[in-house]
Write a protein that binds this ligand. Sequence first.
Ligand code: ADP
Ligand code: MG
Length: 481
Amino acid sequence: MPNRTLYQAVIGLEIHAQLATKSKLFCGDATSFGADPNTHVSPITLGHPGTLPKTNAKAVEYAIKMGLACGSTIAKENYFARKNYFYADLPKGYQISQHTTPICEGGQVAIQTSEGEKPIQLNRIHLEEDAGKSIHDLSPTDSYIDLNRAGTPLIEIVTEPCIHSAEDAFLYVSEVRKLVRWLGICDGNMEEGSLRCDANISVRLKGEEKLGTRVEVKNLNSIRNIKKAIEFEIDRLIGLVEKGETIIQQTRSFDASNDTTFSIRDKEDANDYRYFPDPDLAPFVLTDSFIDSIQTTLPALPNQLKKDWSQQFGLNAYDIDQLCENKLEADFYLLWTKHTTLYKAAANWMIGPIRAYLNEEHKTYADLIPLLPQLSELLNMVDQHLLNFSVAADKVFNAIVLNAVSPMEFASSNQLLQNSNEDELTNWINIVLNNHPDKVEAYKKGKKGLIGLFVGEVKKISKGKSDPQKTTQLLEAILSK
Ligand code: ADP
Ligand code: MG
């Protein structure tokens, strides 16, 4: 095994996120996933002579949204450039991208690591169009091309070479995926290729300033594979350096069948692409008022909610992270806080029984919105010890989601209400203690664990109605006399 401790890994990530616009970046072809091959392909997508591309304003807006959410500087003057290369899935022979004028510069995405929050610095976010898709696994002899994807708008989010572990890379990609979904600009679906990541990796001796020669690993279609590919590459590169070999700048691919990478080509340089400004697309200039108008549509971001919700609702960081897994969940929570002040209980119900129910029944939060009054009443009943939590979660919750019942009416007509009346509980307790003088003796001598048995016996003679919490309190008081 190579000696990792002498070296520092340096990682820079490029994430391509497909923007969730209805149409492509430069024409009206639909972007929907899963259509019959080559059905969303107009002459503009094919770059036929005489066609004129036109920039999709929604895509520009989405790119700006991402930049504002990351604290990037938004460029006022924007140009598109042609990146020329030949490939079968690139019918025009060039890809339209932003070579020297990315729409967003700088900015950062914060990740939560075991050592605390770390900012990952962004170099830029630029707009570009996607290529088509080559399909190699449908036939043993032929490759197929589907051009539906050609021209779909992408943003490429590029970090500085400032990440130093596979784990941080993992956290960063998770955070970016969460953010694009939160903003509603990309569905973040890695299996369908809506979010793709290339990892640039180099190693250097600790303390050294100069960056080592990098390799770029492509085709990473899950966050777990990104981590595995980086771990593999770090070891491989350190191994090469230790053997005194020269690392060559390469493009590599990840092989998920054995968690290794292999070389696909030596890396091209920018001058190989003969970039030049696209003569068919006028530069577009963004005004302050346009950028400001987008700023006002930005939702509160999870990091902001973390501060707000701990103050407003007394939630801990874990609860907030859970509720901010996705925006629908966070929005539902906020809506619920308009119906109840049992903030912590509402969070617990969402993270526990409600999530389980939505998963099992394939329902969404939207289905629960009309039931918020009943759900809030349910929280109250548990809070006031009228129902114990498991009966509430198993029986009453189900009745609410099935038939929108009033929890109070349902619980009383089904004899589910708990008894927390002190006189009645004390009566039952006295019966139980009288029946078990030896156990009472043992308890008083220190066998405190017997409390559970007493609580259970009280439950039995109350036919399941005794409130266990209240019973325990009363028992402790009576037995300590
Ligand atoms: P290209 O245009 O070839 O994609 P960029 O300069 O845009 O190259 O860099 C792509 C990514 O590679 C960025 O995330 C950058 O931080 C990262 N990167 C550049 N040099 C190195 C290096 N020596 N080691 C690790 N990552 C690097
Ligand atoms: Mg690149």
